[in-house]
Design a protein around this ligand. Structure first.
Ligand SMILES: Cc1cc2nc3c(=O)[nH]c(=O)nc-3n(C[C@H](O)[C@H](O)[C@H](O)COP(=O)(O)OP(=O)(O)OC[C@H]3O[C@@H](n4cnc5c(N)ncnc54)[C@H](O)[C@@H]3O)c2cc1C
Length: 372
């Protein structure tokens, strides 16, 4: 059986490896001139490893994911620590009850936190955030950040992205609780290159002869696959700027959120994340922007309208006996890297059964997998 994987991001590379290990004839085509998708890693002009599409830290609590990734690279032991500037003061993120005690208005904030409902309000992004943090904290560090990040009012968003992403903690912790965290010691591109060792890959192309392949696992945009026939799914993107002469405020932090900055959303210090011993630095400033022809689709914007549109595309694609949408662009879902690997693994039985299922059951299976 000939299997073509379109896209050599972490999803495409994982599927290529898993399908190859199962004995299929696998090949990959990648549109860009490099593998890695959003996790692509290169070296800065002053020699520091970095991700030009945004700094990435790997984290998981699942031993099967950890075992899988360690086949292809050693990981450093960087545990992601984040800071946040609020009213000019650098605080630890996620905010803890301890930090709140040190803030102006701490009594008011505490009162609001005490009065929070037992269960979060899932009506929309804004109601969810207020029910978790109270109005004062929401205004201080979530409202502006989110409006800048998504380009729309937070109440227009569903809770899909925010749920389980931020919470108040009792004391200052790492951003992720996962016991396995770090970055591949030579970057994600080398890690993924090792993952697809022995699998033929063609770069700079997305052309394929449909009749030659039995299955096509497509990790590009689902709306593009169908030539945008129902309209565009909306994404948010980022523009990046770099500085190599900044004073980094605190070497414990790999990145710092900038909720009150007029332009930037966060800054990332790659020297810290890659644990490089050098007196040089390479700081990435990230500015959220609307998607245009010269940048990449990065974050799906979860409004009810976009989710409905995605479902329409998914129903249509499931009518194909050989093309299966996968990954964050194929399934219009924000995925952390470990989730992208896990999702790819969970999709293998469906991929192997795809031709035997009718379109409705393919659709229902994908929905079921996405829910878990
Ligand atoms: C700014 C930012 C920061 C992030 N930070 C983290 C982090 O710290 N930790 C974490 O775990 N996750 C992070 N993520 C998420 C992470 O990037 C995703 O988990 C990952 O990119 C998912 O991989 P993917 O292969 O599904 O998609 P992608 O990485 O987008 O790969 C898709 C690939 O398909 C190619 N392609 C598209 N269409 C075609 C076509 N028609 N033919 C051929 N090739 C095609 C693209 O060129 C691309 O290479 C971050 C995401 C963003 C946007």
């Amino acid at each position: 059986m000939q299997v073509l994987i379109l896209g050599a991001g972490i999803t495409g590379c994982t599927l290529a490896r898993l399908m190859k290990n199962k004995g299929y004839n696998v090949s990959i085509k990648e549109r860009q001139d490099h593998i890695g998708g959003l996790c692509y890693t290169k070296r800065s002009p002053n020699g520091i490893l970095y991700e030009p599409y945004g700094g990435h830290t790997f984290h998981t609590r699942d031993s099967y994911i950890r075992k899988f990734v360690l086949n292809f690279s050693d990981f450093n032991n960087y545990k992601h620590k984040k800071g946040i500037f609020i009213n000019g003061i650098l605080r630890h993120f996620p905010l803890s009850l301890k930090t709140i005690l040190e803030m102006e208005n701490s009594e008011k904030i505490h009162k609001e936190i005490k009065e929070r409902p037992k269960l979060p309000d899932l009506t929309n992004f804004e109601t969810y955030a207020i029910s978790k943090f109270g109005r004062t904290l929401y205004r201080l560090f979530i409202y502006n950040y989110s409006k800048k990040m998504w380009g729309i009012e937070p109440h227009e968003l569903t809770t899909e992205y925010i749920q389980n992403r931020i919470d108040l903690t009792d004391s200052n912790t790492h951003l992720f609780e996962d016991d396995f965290q770090g970055l591949p010691v030579n970057g994600y591109t080398k890690f993924l290159k090792n993952m697809i060792d022995g699998i033929p890959i063609e770069l700079n192309t997305s052309d394929f002869n449909n009749s030659f392949y039995d299955l096509i696992l497509y990790s590009g945009r689902i709306d593009e696959l169908l030539k945008f026939k129902f309209g565009n799914l909306i994404y948010r993107s980022l523009r990046f700027e770099y500085k190599n002469n900044d004073n980094w405020e605190n070497d414990n932090y790999g990145s710092i959120n900038l909720p009150q900055h007029a332009k930037y959303i966060r800054k990332v210090n790659f020297k810290v994340m890659y644990q490089m011993k050098t007196d040089k630095s390479w700081i990435q400033y990230q500015e959220p922007i609307a998607l245009n022809h010269s940048n990449l689709p990065m974050y799906p914007i979860y409004t009810n309208q976009n989710i409905e549109l995605f479902n329409k595309y998914l129903i249509e694609v499931c009518k194909s006996d050989k093309i299966i949408p996968v990954g964050r662009l194929g399934l219009y879902k924000y995925l952390e890297m470990s989730q992208a690997i896990s999702l790819a693994m969970k999709m293998i039985p469906l991929i192997e059964n795809w031709k035997k299922l009718n379109p409705k059951n393919r659709y229902l299976e994908i929905k079921k997998i996405l829910k878990n």
